[in-house]
Write a protein that binds this ligand. Structure first.
Ligand code: MG
Length: 155
């Protein structure tokens, strides 16, 4: 059983970085990817870690589970920046356990058999469950006990 973590909103504070670098589109408060691309890899590589998510990784790792990353970004520089972030903050995760797809709503199409996804987006969690795998929606109150409840459930 491998436990995959989403990055943005779980391990890395994308929103805070987007505030700091001012990349939100004023009309709909969505990221302006052109602006992020202009900033380049450091936009992603310099995101602040989310302590609650990092603590959850540590607890699950300590319990003996294999850890992986399941992230989404459509930009090449974003992919590179995310890999740099992981090398800096979670260097123990083997490269073979890092999956980066183009869009979050594609994650379930690449679902790994006998795995669990921890993601802050409900849609991604529901989709992952719909293909027969386990998933837990993360927020900053999510505890190891919540993970245990999902992992121990029969389906
Ligand atoms: Mg996310």
């Amino acid at each position: 059983m491998i436990i995959y973590f989403d990055m943005d909103g779980v391990l890395a504070d994308f929103d805070k970085q987007a505030d700091k670098m001012d990349i939100w589109k004023p009309e709909n408060h969505k990221p302006d990817w052109k602006k992020a691309e202009e900033i380049g890899t450091k936009f992603w590589a310099d995101m602040e870690p989310i302590q609650e998510g990092m603590d959850l990784v540590a607890a699950i790792e300590k319990a003996g589970y294999e850890i992986g990353i399941f992230s989404a970004i459509h930009l090449e520089c974003g992919k590179k920046g995310k890999r740099e972030w992981l090398a800096k903050h979670l260097p123990q995760i083997p490269k073979k356990n890092i999956i980066i797809v183009r869009r979050g709503n594609m994650k379930h199409k690449f679902a790994v058999k006998d795995s669990m996804l921890i993601d802050d987006k409900l849609e991604n969690v529901q989709n992952y469950i719909s293909v027969g795998e386990k998933a837990l929606q993360f927020n900053r109150d999510t505890k190891f006990a919540d993970f245990e409840r999902v992992i121990n459930a029969s389906h």
